[in-house]
Design a protein around this ligand. Structure first.
Ligand code: 3PG
Length: 399
């Protein structure tokens, strides 16, 4: 984007795709942003464009609405937070690419910003049909003179506002995308060793591809979170009522056999009958998870074991919480791992919305990490070595 800015963007309308997909708490009836990290990460590009006199049309998705306007997924709370952070009004268009969007864009003066409504209110945004996406991308392109993609968290999606619009306008990557690529490329290049990856999160099926492609490169792969129980079952342990993807047990068994001693699993877990804030917890070795109890966090011996591996590491990538850190009885594993990752001498990268949110919600110092990636799926697919449509299209040169 800095090259575009150097060429001059004053008075130009810039369609800026950002990833503003933030977690919201709506339990009180009001929709409250619980972690604004992605909004703050989008500010440098946005501010640079404003300072250069561009008219910035921000496009973003929020959650997964079903391709039609739905108030529960409106970007209104995001527009309000953006306005607070930028200290300027950020009007929210009444629609995504229709008369509301056209009016919002027409009202912009140089340096102004508006936000389009959730791009996923248009069914074509995520369509598999190239023509449908193309028609929406035409409407997006009609709103702007230039396209800047700063939505790193969405570059793995072949969506109209990420991919197709780039084929219709002169385009560039934003500063956030550039920074993410710079850091993640250090992991896929020749990471300083030992290189340790920590994976957590609930679904093992989401992580098998990345595990498979990381195994040859990493020195250790530490596995926690809900996904560890399918691995523990593959090792022959009973897992009580813990999360288990029975159809993935064989794959996990094969991965364990192929990995030698590279995969490190928990040795103890924090169990409870139910996922509630005042749960009675029991810490048990993985050999004796009782029937009727669910494992909801890794235990203290596991934290110690993982921290030992992390203390030796010179490069670390961590994706996915170790337990249900949102509830007090189950925060210790994630906090312990987060602290051990923060203490790494060398490059530490936190990837993924949930782990990044955990770092902030647990009150840990963000500056202690080499890099906190805004991309969850995107950073994993990048590490897998897959081609990411949103990046490939930018590399193809100006439209
Ligand atoms: C994310 O939260 O990882 C990104 O915003 C992408 O969201 P998606 O998985 O709904 O496409």
């Amino acid at each position: 984007v800095d090259e575009l800015i150097a060429e001059g963007v004053r008075g130009k309308r810039v369609f800026l795709r950002a990833d503003l997909n933030v977690p919201l708490d709506d339990t009180t009836g009001e929709r409250i942003i619980t972690d604004d990290g992605r909004i703050r990460a989008s500010l440098p590009t946005l501010q640079a464009l404003r300072d250069a006199g561009a008219r910035v049309v921000v496009a973003a998705h929020l959650g997964r609405p079903k391709g039609a306007p739905d108030d529960r997924y409106s970007l209104a709370p995001v527009a309000a937070r953006l306005a607070e952070l930028l200290e300027v009004p950020v009007p929210l268009a009444a629609d995504t690419a229709g008369p509301g969007a056209q009016a919002a864009v027409a009202a912009l003066s140089d340096g102004d910003v508006c936000l389009l409504e959730n791009v996923r209110f248009e069914a074509a945004e995520t369509s598999k049909d190239d023509d449908a996406r193309g028609a929406l991308a035409d409407r997006f392109a009609a709103l702007a003179d230039l396209f800047v993609d700063d939505a790193f968290g969405a570059v793995h999606r072949r969506h109209a506002s990420v991919y197709d619009v780039a084929t219709r306008l002169p385009h560039a990557a934003g500063r956030l995308v550039a920074r993410e690529l710079e850091v993640l490329t250090r992991l896929t290049g020749e990471p300083e060793r030992p290189y340790v990856v920590v994976l957590g999160g609930s679904k093992v099926s989401d992580k098998l591809a990345v595990i498979e492609s990381l195994l040859p490169t990493v020195d250790k792969l530490l596995v926690g979170g809900g996904m560890c129980f399918t691995f523990l079952a593959a090792q022959g342990h009973g897992v009580g009522d813990s999360l288990l993807e029975a159809d993935q047990v064989d794959t996990c068994r094969r991965l364990l056999a192929d990995a030698g001693d590279k995969i490190v699993l928990p040795v103890d877990v924090v169990c409870a009958e139910a996922l509630v804030a005042d749960a009675q917890v029991k810490v048990v070795p993985v050999q004796s998870i009782p029937d009727g109890l669910k494992g909801l966090d890794v235990g203290p011996h596991t934290v110690e074991l993982f921290a030992g591996h992390l203390a030796d590491a010179h490069t670390v990538f961590w994706n996915g919480p170790m337990g249900v850190f949102e509830l007090a009885p189950f925060t210790h594993g994630t906090r312990g791992v987060a602290q051990a990752v923060a203490a790494v001498v060398g490059l530490s990268v936190v990837g993924g919305g949930d782990s990044a949110a955990a770092v902030r919600q647990l009150g840990l110092d963000e500056d202690a990490y080499g890099h906190i990636s805004t991309g969850g799926g995107a950073s994993l697919e990048f590490l897998e070595g897959r081609e990411l449509p949103g990046l490939a299209v930018l590399a193809d040169g100006a439209a």
